[in-house]
Write a protein that binds this ligand. Structure first.
Ligand code: ZN
Length: 161
């Protein structure tokens, strides 16, 4: 049964409210994670609690329990000179920055103008309702290393480091 500190492998299919597929894995290449460690979005973690191997479930997750509400204040236009002069700034580049809150946001460069750069610190899936279809492939106890690291080391726990 899935509970805190279990290592879970699952296949899943993720769609948005338009029915567009945002990501998936199949049973041959499942996603493996340490349950209760925040490796997956909080709403999905909650919904998987108590499931057993072979269980399938449809889970709908609102933005708050998914990748967060869209925050317009994280869409910024900053001066080009705030970036290192010797670094080429291109759309799609990502970097971490702190805007004065308690944690860093990952920003993505959206557009580069002559003197300014438009950046967005929202997760690409922020503000979206997520429709997961999951199937539990395996469940095992976490190893000591996995618990210490706060993440899973692959389906059989041998992908250590
Ligand atoms: Zn590790």
């Amino acid at each position: 049964m899935i509970k805190k500190d279990a290592v879970v492998s699952m296949s899943y299919n993720l769609k948005n409210s338009d029915g567009e597929e945002l990501g998936s894995t199949d049973a041959n290449k499942p996603l493996t994670f340490l349950h209760g460690a925040g490796q997956i979005v909080p709403g999905l973690e909650k919904a998987l609690e108590g499931l057993a191997v072979g269980d399938k479930k449809d889970v709908t997750i609102g933005p708050k329990d998914g990748y967060g509400e869209f925050n317009p204040e994280l869409k910024l236009k900053v001066e080009r000179k705030q970036f290192p002069a010797d670094t080429e700034i291109k759309p799609g580049m990502q970097f971490k920055a702190n805007t004065g809150g308690e944690h860093d946001h990952t920003f993505q460069v959206m557009e580069v103008e002559d003197d300014h750069v438009k950046i967005d610190g929202n997760h690409p899936l922020a503000g979206q309702t997520l429709y997961f279809n999951v199937e539990i492939v395996s469940i095992r106890e976490a190893t000591k290393d996995e618990l210490a690291h706060g993440h899973a080391h692959g389906p059989d726990g041998s992908h250590g480091h």
